[in-house]
Design a protein around this ligand. Structure first.
Ligand code: ADP
Ligand code: MG
Length: 477
């Protein structure tokens, strides 16, 4: 039996406001516990929530970015449950009338084609507080700094068919919210996390199977691993004659497995009802149209433009447009260098991003600027250095040894293109290797690589490889 997985994601993204969704308390990360929770966040009797206008703007921007409809009227509802980190006894969310509905985005599927993923809805809600257990002995601590932090919950259609597609979708949402500037998307700080709903069905079957929900996955890697674990687990359950139980499960990264958290029977009945303390949110068409004007170029548009204008490969365009900063950096380098756009893409995606990742730096913190990198790529283009030597120069630039030209001069890395100099070295190599020369002449032509290697060794890798090849072939024939 061949199985197909069906996945839908619920992504919680923290909106980048200064203050909370219904109070004036700060949303800054990392403060001392309970220093950023005001009476509204603490749920004192008699206080009233006041909606932060900025969250409405941000949610509407997201709706426009994913080609969704922005509801002219949406309503906040109370989702009732008891938990120590929720002093009011309810979370303010949106239920029947969310602010955003019927959106879509496109991911690159495994076959390289674009695949449409539907976005069911996106609604505004407040985050809860946080329980802490470390260093408190037999007690638990409650930190309400996070209570009331604005979230946009983005719910996908069950359109995803592999863990890789789920990650591609999540990455695309991550790019979009960061392009829009509505979230910092910081996953370590919990500003971007997701619940994955996973079910299996026999390939070819229309109806969906019973799903489980994997809670609070806070990295792309965990999303992929948790879903892949869950796929195997569900197949095992079904093939052993059992049934998948609808339940909420937690992913344990240390053990790389999911474990049940609560079953459907234990699921809360949230008794949603419209929050009487808040007015419905009414948005008119003029507001939405004015907002549309402010949208930046989005990842997909930028990706298509990079492919069309620069003629670079689609997979490079995907990577280079994942963040606005990286796309801008790439375009700055292309504008400043005589090098080909695809060559620039290769260097930026390869050596440059490799160095950033290794050093754990963001692009803004790069020790090599776009202009400096363009200076290096110019020297490859005008054949002052080979691509191989360029890697060495780049490393020196990275460690602050100066510009490409300075390093090439200081280290004597200029490529040897003087043909009489190359011929002299080729002659020397031929003289020193009579055995190999005889073999080559007897037909063992792949020995050419050996001779090229010897010449490169003699010149410290500085001879122009094309010229070396040409001179060698000529002299050996
Ligand atoms: P709930 O309100 O219980 O969370 P929803 O119907 O709103 O349930 O769905 C939540 C998420 O689960 C959505 O992303 C949806 O696409 C996904 N989903 C629904 N049914 C399935 C299923 N059978 N298999 C996988 N995902 C599903
Ligand atoms: Mg859910």
């Amino acid at each position: 039996m061949s199985w197909e997985v069906v996945i839908g994601l619920e992504i919680h993204t923290q909106l980048a406001t200064q203050s909370k969704i219904f109070s004036g308390a700060s949303t800054a990360y990392g403060a001392e516990p309970n220093t950023q929770a005001c009476l509204v966040d603490l749920g004192y009797p008699g206080v009233l929530p006041v909606l932060n206008e900025d969250v409405v703007r941000m949610a509407a921007m997201f709706g426009l970015a994913v080609n969704a409809s922005v509801a002219p009227r949406s309503v906040f509802a109370r989702k009732n449950y008891f938990y120590p980190d929720l002093p009011k006894g309810y979370q303010i969310s949106q239920y029947e009338l969310p602010i955003v509905e019927h959106g879509e985005l496109f991911i690159t599927a495994a076959d390289g084609n674009e695949k449409r993923i539907g976005i069911t809805r996106a609604h505004l809600e407040e985050d809860a507080g946080k329980s802490t257990h470390e260093g408190l002995g037999s007690f638990s601590g409650i930190d309400l700094n996070r209570a009331g932090t604005p979230l946009l919950e983005i719910v996908s259609e069950p359109d995803l068919r592999s863990a890789k597609e789920a990650v591609a979708y999540m990455r695309k949402i991550h790019s979009i919210v960061r392009y829009l500037g509505i979230s910092d998307g910081n996953m370590q700080e919990g500003s971007f996390r997701c619940d994955a709903n996973v079910s299996m069905r026999p390939r070819g079957q229309q109806e969906f199977g019973t799903r489980t929900e994997l809670k609070n996955l806070n990295s792309f890697r965990f999303v992929e691993k948790a879903i892949n674990f869950e796929i195997e687990r569900q197949i095992d359950v079904i093939e052993d004659g059992g049934e998948v139980v609808q339940e909420t499960r937690l992913y344990d990264a240390n053990k790389d497995e999911t474990r049940p958290m609560r079953s459907k029977e234990e699921a809360n009945d949230y008794r949603y009802f419209p929050d009487p303390d808040l007015l419905p949110v009414e948005i008119d068409a003029a507001y939405v149209e004015a907002l549309r004007e402010t949208l930046p170029e989005l990842p997909d548009a930028k990706r298509h433009r990079f492919i069309d204008d620069y003629g670079i490969r689609a997979d490079d365009a995907d990577i280079l447009t994942a963040s606005r900063a990286l796309g801008d950096f790439y375009e700055e380098v292309v504008a400043a260098t005589a090098g080909e756009p695809q060559g620039v893409a290769n260097f930026v995606v390869g050596d440059f991003m490799g160095a950033l990742n290794k050093a754990g730096l963001g692009i803004e913190e790069s020790p090599v600027s776009a202009a400096a990198l363009a200076g290096l790529l110019d020297r490859i283009k005008d054949q002052t250095i080979s691509g191989k030597i360029a890697k060495e120069v780049f490393e020196a630039m990275w460690s602050g040894e100066g510009s490409a030209d300075e390093i090439i001069a200081a280290k004597g890395l200029k490529q040897i293109t003087d043909s009489s100099a190359i011929e002299a070295i080729v002659d020397k190599v031929i003289e020193a290797n009579p055995g190999q020369v005889a073999e080559y002449k007897a037909g063992k032509e792949k020995l050419i690589g050996y001779f090229v290697g010897q010449v490169m060794k003699e010149t410290g890798g500085k001879a122009n490889p094309g010229q070396v090849n040409q001179v060698l072939k000529q002299k050996l024939s």
